[in-house]
Structure formats: structure tokens, C-alpha cells
Design a protein around this ligand. Structure first.
Ligand code: AMP
Length: 482
């Protein structure tokens, strides 16, 4: 082959340029061969320039391959760059900023005295207590070979124990904005020598109205620092925050659909609104599911679902903003150790739920904010595991479903559950009589009884008579029916 090249080219080039060309070709082939040899072999953490102690920890917890976001952000953050990233939860984003923080900040050599005790080196801000605790746990897990100390700062408990932890030499703080401000005002947290700051789920923080708190905290930081921002979406306020907060940031975009389209099987079960609760019970019981995370839009609905599940002897707890921190932690713990089968969460409370191998997520209702669909689905299928997310969709949610399908660029596969689902071509409003319903296997009596328990008899009667009225009046169509 080489000879052929030589003979072929000799007439056109002198011998020197031929040699140069020949060497170039050889080099290109070598590079190409190296690429083909390594293509398909996943990058290991060793190639990311991490310290031996961090590599040891990652090995011990079973992380062999960095995720997409880790591959992209760790090298940049180790070099001290600012980044603006769009990675979703479930993609390994926590490690992508915690690992460089652990590596970049100085380990405490001397014991701090006086006011020095309140100075920290890294601050991670997150929107919810659950997320704060989850990140804090990861800092401790990934940092177990380091002498760094981390403290979780969140409301619902007294400042005292947190102040004690800061004074004991914490150099990394993970906190909610409100509690971090409490500590700053109290004089128990000093950010004047901060080296690294992270805003995690910045869009969520803004959505929750924390922008003023964030700006107040940022005003306390030294000019010279490394800043990292994660946000799922980029509305105007986020862009303006990013402009003032980050310096020459590198933007990293991880396909938000990666997790929801690849690892998680996403299904939709069309169902009448009032039959959602009995359908949920049936799905859990018939399939013997032992760990199901159910999402709903309101605290009231979360409590109602828990009551309905309990009435069906399915152990369940709710986790939402009206529950005390102790109750939320207890519910999470019982869910993780499988003492209860179902955890019903609102979107905000559900953000921090990180359960390895969580197999099922149910969207009892589609989220008010379409982006939250991705966050909900991302609770399962974590770290490359498989998972299933089922959305219970009633007629009034069809438009929302379409919006979500557009967002994730995927049409959800329809599933049917005996007694509860309707074939797309059969209109529920056309189901003629109770007798016919029975023949089709719909146990309306059972559904009504369960729903009554959940909603209070009066409301239920109203719903059922409305339904009857509708049944009489609506024209059949060949779209999705309920
Ligand atoms: P996160 O997106 O940070 O909430 O992480 C989602 C889950 O993935 C967590 O349970 C992490 O422990 C896990 N995880 C993160 N990075 C890796 C990795 N490189 N290999 C395996 N699991 C990981």
C-alpha cells in the first residue's frame, strides 16, 4: 500500500515533498487508528486528572465511568473556569461540581480560631431542603478521603446545631438561600474568603422567588472567585443573573432528553379524572410494586392520595411544604428502606429525592410547569438504571400532554389497564349503560366508593352527575377519549 502511494505520487512531487506527504499520511492514519481503537471505550475517571484519593473513593462507591456532564465540566472546573450548565438532575450533575470543589479548595491544615471559624471556602446554594441534604450527603461521600468538612444549612431547625458545625471547621456549606442569609445576618457565616460558589437549579430558585436573597448573598462574595451555575431553563431573569454572576463562562449543554428518552420507559394511561385514585391502587396492587413515587401538583391532593392509598391498605406518606422537616425526613427514610410502598410528593419537595434504583414514578397529574415533567421522570432511571414513568392523564390534561410531548420530542406510549383505560376509539361518554360497563369490566361502584373516600361524598356526587350530563351531550370523535 505504501509502495503504491510512493509510485503513484512520484511523478507529481519531488522526493522531499513526497517524504513530507508520506509522513503526514502516516501521522493521520496513526491518529485515526488511535481514535478507532479508543472509540467505544468509555472514558475512565483516571483520564480526568483526579487525585488518587478521589479515584479511590469513586472506585469504592462503584463509579467507573464519568457521565456526560462530568466528562465535560470536571476538566473545566479543575482549571478554575466559570461554567453555565443545563444538565438535569439524574445525570450525575452533583458529582460534576462537588468533585472539582473537593479538589480545588485547600485542605485545612491549621485549626481556625476566632472569627476565622466562620469563614468558608465553598458555598453551594440549592432551592429545597431535600436537595441541600442530598448534595451535602454527596459532599461527605465523595470527600471521605479529604479533611474537608461540610455543613448543611436549611430552615425548619434551630440555628444552633448548624453554627456549631460551622465553628467546628466547616469549609464547604450547602444551603438554602434563606438559611444562608440567616447565618450571614447572625454573624455565623462569613463569605469574604469564599473561593467557589455554585447555584444549583437556579431557575427553580428564581421560580420560588429567591432572586433578592440570591443577589444579597452574591453581594457578600469576593470578586475573585469561581462561579458555577446550573439551570434547566434560561428565562430572561436567569440570563441577566448569569451575566452578573459569571465571568467568561463556558456553556455546557447536556441533552435534557437524554435521561427521559433513553433509560426511562414513559407511558401514558388515559383515565377519567375521578378514576385516577382507584387506578393508582390497582396498578400498585396488581403489579406488586414496592417502591413508587407519585407526583401531584398540590399539597391537598398529595394528602388525599395518601388517604386513598391507606384506605386500600397501601402504606404511603406525603412529602410537601406543609410537613415539618422531621416528617419529611422520616417519610423519605421509610420510603428508602421500603417500610412504606408509596411516597406522594409535590414538585418542590420531590426535587431532592435521590433513590438508587427507584423503579416507578407516577404522574398522578401532569405538572403545571412542563419542565417539571423531566424532573419527575428523572427520579427514576438514575445513573443509567432502567425505570418506568406512567402519567395518568384525563381529558382536561390532553393539551398539556401534547406540550410535554413537544418538549421531550417524543410521543408517550399509551398503556391500558383493565377496568380503567379506554380504547382511543371508544368514547367513554358513549358507554351506554351500567350493564355494558360491567361487561367491559369497569367496576364503577368500586371506583365511586374509593373516590368518595378520597374526595368526600358530596363532591363525588357532583362529579358523577356532571359526568352523566356530559355523557348525554357529547358527540363522538375519533380522538383520544375518556
Ligand atoms: P445527580 O444527577 O447528581 O442527582 O446523580 C444521580 C445519581 O447518579 C446519584 O445517585 C449519583 O450517586 C449517581 N452517579 C453520579 N455519577 C455517577 C457515575 N459516574 N457513575 C455511577 N453513578 C453515578
Amino acid at each position: 500500500m505504501v509502495l503504491f502511494w510512493d509510485q503513484f505520487l512520484v511523478g507529481k512531487y519531488n522526493i522531499n515533498s513526497l517524504n513530507t506527504l508520506y509522513l503526514k499520511i502516516l501521522n493521520q492514519r496513526l491518529v485515526y487508528n488511535l481514535f478507532t481503537i479508543f472509540e467505544g471505550i468509555p472514558l475512565s475517571f483516571k483520564t480526568l486528572n483526579l487525585s488518587p484519593k478521589l479515584l479511590k473513593t469513586l472506585k469504592s462507591i462503584g463509579y467507573t465511568t464519568p457521565s456526560e456532564i462530568q466528562k465535560k465540566s470536571i476538566p473545566l472546573l479543575l482549571k478554575g473556569k466559570d461554567i453555565l450548565a443545563t444538565s438535569q438532575t439524574g445525570t450525575g450533575k452533583t458529582a460534576s461540581f462537588v468533585i472539582p470543589i473537593l479538589e480545588n479548595i485547600q485542605e485545612n491544615r491549621a485549626i481556625k480560631v476566632g472569627d476565622e471559624r466562620y469563614k468558608i471556602n465553598a458555598l453551594i446554594l440549592a432551592p429545597t431542603r431535600e436537595l441541600v441534604l442530598q448534595i451535602h450527603n454527596k459532599v461527605e461521600e465523595y470527600g471521605k478521603e479529604f479533611s474537608h468538612k461540610s455543613v448543611a444549612l436549611y430552615g425548619g431547625i434551630k440555628l444552633g446545631s448548624q453554627i456549631k458545625a460551622i465553628r467546628a471547621g466547616a469549609n464547604i456549606a450547602v444551603g438554602t438561600t434563606a438559611r444562608v442569609l440567616d447565618h450571614i445576618k447572625n454573624g455565623s457565616l462569613n463569605l469574604s474568603e469564599l473561593e467557589i460558589v455554585v447555584l444549583d437549579e437556579a431557575d427553580k430558585m428564581l421560580e420560588m422567588g429567591f432572586i433578592d436573597d440570591i443577589r444579597l448573598i452574591l453581594s457578600q462574595l469576593p470578586e475573585k472567585r469561581q462561579s458555577i451555575m446550573f439551570s434547566a431553563t434560561f428565562p430572561k431573569p436567569i440570563i441577566s443573573l448569569a451575566k452578573s454572576f459569571l465571568k467568561h463562562p463556558v456553556t455546557i449543554e447536556i441533552d435534557p432528553l437524554n435521561l427521559s428518552t433513553q433509560q426511562v420507559k414513559q407511558l401514558v394511561n388515559y383515565v377519567n379524572e375521578e378514576e385516577k385514585s382507584p387506578l393508582l391502587c390497582k396498578l400498585i396492587n396488581d403489579n406488586n410494586w414496592t417502591q413508587v413515587l407519585v407526583f401531584t401538583n398540590t399539597k391537598l391532593q398529595a394528602n388525599r392520595i395518601v388517604d386513598a392509598l391507606k384506605a386500600n391498605k397501601i402504606e404511603a406518606s406525603a412529602i410537601h411544604g406543609d410537613k415539618s422537616q422531621g416528617m419529611r425526613l422520616e417519610a423519605l427514610k421509610s420510603f428508602k428502606d421500603k417500610t412504606i410502598r408509596v411516597l406522594v410528593a409535590t414538585d418542590i419537595a420531590g426535587r431532592g429525592i435521590d433513590i438508587i434504583n427507584l423503579p416507578y414514578v407516577i404522574n398522578y397529574e401532569l405538572p403545571l410547569n412542563n419542565e417539571d415533567y423531566i424532573h419527575r421522570v428523572g427520579r427514576t432511571g438514575r445513573a443509567g438504571q432502567k425505570g418506568e414513568a406512567i402519567s395518568l392523564v384525563c381529558k382536561k390534561e390532553i393539551d398539556k400532554l401534547k406540550e410535554i410531548e413537544t418538549l421531550i420530542n417524543k410521543k408517550l406510549e399509551a398503556m391500558t389497564t383493565e377496568d380503567f383505560s379506554y380504547e382511543p376509539h371508544i368514547k367513554a361518554s358513549n358507554r351506554k349503560s351500567k350493564k355494558e360497563d360491567k361487561k367491559k369490566g369497569v367496576d364503577l361502584k368500586k371506583a365511586k366508593a374509593l373516590a368518595e373516600k378520597m374526595m368526600g361524598k358530596k363532591g363525588m356526587e357532583e362529579k358523577i352527575s356532571n359526568k352523566k350530563r356530559k355523557r348525554g351531550g357529547e358527540k363522538p370523535t375519533n380522538k383520544r377519549h375518556f
